[in-house]
Design a protein around this ligand. Sequence first.
Ligand code: ADP
Ligand code: MG
Length: 270
Amino acid sequence: MTSSDIDAARLTLALNELRLPAIKALWPRFAEQADKEGWRAARLLSALVEHELAERDRRRIERHIGQARLLPGKTLDTFDFTSVPMLSKAHINAITAGDSSWVGKGDNILLFGPPGVGKSHLSSAIGLALIENGYRVLFTRTTDLVQKLQQARRDLALESALAKLDKFDLLILDDIAYVTKDQAETSVLFELISARYERRSMLITANQPFGAWNTIFPDPAMTLAAVDRLVHHATIFEMNVESYRRKAAQMAKGSGRTTKTATASDNNAD
Ligand code: ADP
Ligand code: MG
């Protein structure tokens, strides 16, 4: 065994210990190139360290995407902005940019519109773009989250459940209107909204305007208080267009394709 073999073996062990997998994988090739091309030591070191950092970023984003429970395949690239003329792609891009100041300040986004216009698609896509820009996001159907929080309240753990959600810069509550009557009575949703107010952001989708939100909270006063907090620092988008699903189904019909499932799903709560 030569002394450079011993160095290599030691280095591999040390890089494992230090958890530097990118450097571990790359150093033999980089070192060979450096020897051949006469790189200065600083160049070799910085090249290796940069790869480790890039790899670490990639892994972190991958982990955050895994935790976010976004809708698969729904991206801004696959969102057809021409079907929602009141939304500008530039505005949405600004909202998802790396320096999205609204997220840091706990501002909210509210997306209104009838079923099938792309509220869920767009909100999941906004979530994905924000994660790629370094933010942490959780996408959830409102009724699923309310159910979890109700269980937490029964276990006397509501406060810690709400605190756990703090790690997400943005909480996407899809379909707030589908909160059921027994869910409304416990008011955990109100406590969530109060807990995040002016601190952590929310993106809420709804197919009913505020006037129809009385079934979501235990009483009108609480509805008013919740709406007040949500809109205080909020951007509101009204997507009042024809259902994208129905439109797509009609186009398919025109081209002779079957449309049964596509139109039927328009009647479903989603
Ligand atoms: P909503 O949440 O408003 O009911 P969805 O986001 O579930 O609507 O959209 C219904 C279906 O139509 C989804 O498959 C979605 O990807 C698609 N869709 C809706 N709007 C658009 C759009 N503007 N561009 C591309 N696909 C869209
Ligand atoms: Mg939806």
